[in-house]
Ligand binder design. Sequence first.
Ligand code: UTP
Ligand code: MG
Length: 471
Amino acid sequence: MPLPTNPLQMVHLGPRKKRPRQMGASMVCPPHDIKFQDLALYILEKKMGTTRRAFLMELARRKGFRVEDELSDSITHIVAENNSGSEVLEWLQGQNLKASSQLELLDVSWLIESMAAGRPVETTGKHQLVKRDYSASPNPELQKTPPLVIKKISQYACQRRTTLNNCNQIFTDAFEVLAENYEFRENEVFCLAFMRAASVLKSLPFTIISMKDTEGIPCLEDKVKCVIEEIIEDGESSEVKAVLNDERYQSFKLFTSVFGVGLKTSEKWFRMGYRTLNKIKLDKTLKFTPMQKAGFLYYEDLVSCVTRAEAEAVCMLVKEAVWAFLPEAFVTMTGGFRRGKKIGHDVDFLITSPGSTDEDEEQLLPKVINLWERKRVDSGKCSQQEGKTWKAIRVDLVMCPYERRAFALLGWTGSRFERDLRRYATHERKMILDNHALYDKTKKIFLKAESEEEIFAHLGLDYIEPWERNA
Ligand code: UTP
Ligand code: MG
């Protein structure tokens, strides 16, 4: 019978030893009773050191955990110390494992808490070096064992899976402020650089904790990396702080929060010296568009986010109205809510009906608006604001021909993802994609599609679910 190789294990065996240890090709059968059969732990030596690893292995075995000496496909949990998610992923990549989809990559804090509790504690975000929160997935299998993606990260959002579980919010929030400020200053190049950087970081399954973690990640220009470095070192970015305190940024942010107000109008009001909405509303010389009038009138309602419950209620109203004219129509909630967002700034709908004529399609939206307008007048709700029992909500209604519905659905489900899908089609496939169609420039033909899956297939892309398109 071969002897245990680890001297520490021999020292600690003592009277609890029940039977001699057997050594297989890749694992040691521990002498302690295994209480938790479903778990097989591997403790990573990298950055932890041999002595501490051996100590933790022995301790965990005594507490009834199955700890294996070597990494194999039967391992369920990898425990590491002083390693970032990206470091563990990089190491794992070189390990030649067949299946990594069941693996949990955890910080040593999970093991320590588990040993203190005398049982494996639930793995939460704070333990997970690589987060795989697919709880938004409608697929129950994926909710349990989401794939551990260890692939080169693409520069295109349409080749990344981006859920709402953002491990790098501290960075992406900062980038979004900077991107918005560049947008207000009409600096498209820098705006895009920070938007792309935010988008790529949102797709990472780990949190960036050192500059080393940024290696191999596309779309991180020097300007972006400087911001990351400052946040890692100081916990915040001085550039972001300056922007948040900047008068022009604050004014543009305020002005564009009014429905119907864009950059041009904001610029004009800012140049005129306005800094508050109240003064603007009182200026009789200013002319407002019908959208801006509505924006001021329902300002409080429109700046407060739409909840999913409100979106569902609106959906019922839309369906009811649409079906009054086209009983066969399909009404689908698109936009952020289709991507699983819990709140939104509006509610987007795609309407399509098999067998509808061009005329039906052209007339549907005016008919629906008319119906609502009549109902509003009849109910006397008009624009009365005192003690009101209703809320104004922005609703985007899109009607499309039935054979275009897959393209429209893909387009209106949106996020940055959609823009990169078009960029990908143009640059990588010589195709033109928009909300209506997909055109193959080489073959000079329009490619038909009955579903989003077919469009991805035409583009040679893996299908990405709507809730993975939060780029
Ligand atoms: P939204 O602006 O409603 O964004 O446009 P959103 O993703 O739903 O987010 P919130 O929660 O409302 O803020 C939805 C999608 O519709 C497409 C875009 O792809 C966008 O992501 N869209 C929007 C167009 O294709 N054309 C437009 O003119 C407007
Ligand atoms: Mg929306």
